[in-house]
Ligand binder design. Structure first.
Ligand SMILES: [Mn+2]
Length: 600
């Protein structure tokens, strides 16, 4: 009962909300921290927590002249990524979690994790982290409270969310609608690591990991898994999508949301710098990872970014691939598992900067230039406030959100999927999202790997049964009088000798412009059995280099016949909740492709 003793002696608690207080007390009783600290989100508090973290070596200082307000953290080497095999959806019936999620019965999960939490915070502080996902005063936003024994997590939550007093004010003296998140690093044992979601209780219990997606409970846990469940019941969409703003030379603003799986360039696309030929065009960021989208009074789909910062992968981020990200991470940024230079700067593979002769690698070991070991962990990260982004849209914090003209799905496919194709209609668009995927290629032999289907890039993030999720997407059509147009893109198609057919990065602006013009009904296209594709001359290709546009945009019906046959197996895997309209769509496309093949 030390926690209680401390509460009486310590500062007065910043809320009188009985529901919140009772829950915090109950969790403290189980975890037995030495003290309970309520975060207020102030600047002074941040400085104090940083000082604490420096003293305990949870943070290591970087050169404060070069990187003001930036610090380094290295995680336990056994704890460097999301852990999908121990990420659970805990619903009374397994069918509610569906065939693509891991499932645990809720009572059993509470018991199992309760035993791991018992006394796990002895000798530690329990930080109470109140936060809002979404603009502070937006009716779309949701409140969460994360209890954590990691000061690193508390500091990250301060960057990634609107954290502190703002959330308690919103919750009010009697509010009950908040996500109950409990997190303990415990002894960081991979054998005792679980991330359990209780959609019916609006609760998340995470134990045994201090890493980003497992520990920052506002992000994947609340804003995607729990929110997707809530969104289905409330009639909206919680999606793994970036949101960007495009301003044309005439000042017209258009917005798109795009779902790409992890490591397919969401952050790069959201912060894209258009090529020189696109003078007067500006791309600005609303969000780089998550979109909450609802139907507005005007019948359009409106999106907010629930997050307040960027938790981005460092390796591969460079001046060339993403200058706006590089500018976003020079101050007030936390770096996790990157490499460090002797003079307190950061370095990673793909930074496009020659490594110095010597580095300190992500584990804290000396590293010499030419070493075969990677200096930065491939999943090393930066956590940066979105206000740092020079290309941040002035509507990024708008409570209404932004109206979406186009939804883009995309994966990493070396063959078959063309550069861009527009769906015939909403159902066909949902079908495109349902069947999208990425593949692994055996680069050495050029052999094509297995396609991992990742519907709407939500496979690891959907908080309920996937077939039911796809049915929810289909029913949204009836709710959106002015739906966005839907597109499928593939920046990663390769030639037979393994070369990318499309340069990607800033040149994706050329494809984006066509999609924006299609959405506004002012660009031409070729109707194919698989949707609308740009004809020669429909894409603005002025000044493009290193592209084989004809090959990148080509639809090979023979390849598509195989693709459509292959998709049947994926649909079988989703089981009996798969909407019949999607299987029907697949058969229609297959018939149409076979008819075209027979006629040619
Ligand atoms: Mn993501």
């Amino acid at each position: 009962m030390r926690a209680h003793a401390h509460l009486e002696e310590g500062h007065p608690r910043p809320t009188s909300n009985p529901h919140l207080l009772a829950w915090v007390d109950e969790m403290a009783k189980m975890c037995k921290p030495d003290q309970v600290y309520w975060c207020d989100g102030s600047t002074e508090e941040k400085q104090r927590l940083i000082a604490e973290a420096l003293a305990s070596r949870a943070l290591i200082p970087l050169d404060q002249k070069k990187l003001p307000g930036c610090y380094f953290h290295h995680s336990n080497p056994n704890d460097v990524a999301r852990v999908e095999h121990v990420t659970m959806i805990c619903t009374p019936r397994q069918e509610e979690a569906g065939p693509t999620n891991n499932w645990m019965e809720p009572k059993q999960a509470y018991q199992k994790l309760g035993a791991l939490y018992d006394g796990a915070m002895k000798g530690r502080t329990m930080y109470v982290v109140p936060y809002v996902m979404g603009p502070a005063r937006s009716p779309f936003s949701k409140i969460g409270i994360e209890l954590t024994d990691s000061v690193y997590v508390a500091l990250n939550m301060g960057i990634m969310t609107r954290m502190g007093k703002v959330a308690l004010d919103r919750l009010g003296r009697d509010g009950t609608d908040f996500n109950k998140g409990l997190h303990s690093v415990a002894d960081c044992n991979p054998e005792k690591r679980f991330i359990c979601h209780f959609p019916q209780d609006n609760a998340v219990w995470s134990v045994g990991s201090g890493y980003g997606g497992n520990a920052l409970l506002g992000k994947k846990c609340l804003a995607l898994r729990i929110a997707s469940y809530v969104a289905r019941h409330e009639g909206w969409l919680a999606e793994h999508m970036l949101i960007l703003e495009a301003e044309s030379p005439t000042g017209e603003l258009q917005y798109v949301a795009a779902a790409f799986p992890s490591a397919c360039g969401k952050t790069n696309f959201a912060m894209m710098v258009p090529p020189g030929e696109f003078a007067g065009w500006k791309i600005r960021t609303i969000g780089d990872d998550i979109a909450w989208m609802r139907v507005g009074e005007d019948g359009r789909l409106w999106a907010v970014n629930p997050e307040y910062g960027y938790f981005g992968v460092a390796p591969g981020t460079s001046r060339k691939t993403n200058p706006n990200a590089m500018d976003s991470i020079r101050k007030d940024t936390l770096y996790t598992n990157v490499a460090r230079t002797k003079d307190g700067d950061v370095w990673w593979e793909g930074m496009d900067v020659e490594p110095p002769e010597e580095l300190v690698d992500w584990k804290g070991q000396p590293w010499k230039k030419g070493s075969k070991e990677k200096a930065a962990h491939p999943n090393s990260r930066f956590t940066a406030p979105m206000q740092n982004n020079p290309a941040l849209s002035r509507f990024a914090d708008d409570p209404k959100g932004v109206p979406i003209s186009a939804i883009i799905f995309g994966g990493r496919r070396s063959t078959t999927v063309p550069l861009v194709v527009q769906s015939f209609n909403w159902t066909h668009g949902v079908y495109m999202g349902a069947t999208m995927g990425s593949e692994t290629t055996a680069a050495a032999t050029g052999a094509v790997g297995v396609v991992r289907r990742d519907p709407m890039a939500m496979l690891p993030f959907c908080g309920y049964d996937m077939g039911t999720y796809l049915a929810h997407w289909l029913t949204m059509q009836g709710r959106i009088p002015n739906p966005p147009k839907v597109f499928l893109v593939n920046w990663f198609r390769k030639s037979q000798d393994g070369k990318f057919l499309w340069p990607g990065y800033g040149d994706n602006m050329r494809v984006l412009k066509w999609m924006l013009d299609r959405s506004a009904g002012r660009a031409g296209a070729l109707e194919t059995p698989l949707g609308f594709t740009p004809r020669e001359g429909d894409l603005d290709l002025q000044g493009i280099k290193d592209a084989d546009v004809a090959a990148a945009t080509r639809i090979d019906l023979k390849e598509w016949e195989g693709e459509l046959v292959d998709q049947a197996e994926w649909f079988r895997k989703l089981g009996k909740t798969l909407p019949p309209a999607l299987e029907h769509q697949r058969q229609l496309l297959l018939e149409s492709v076979r008819a075209s093949l027979a006629a040619s």
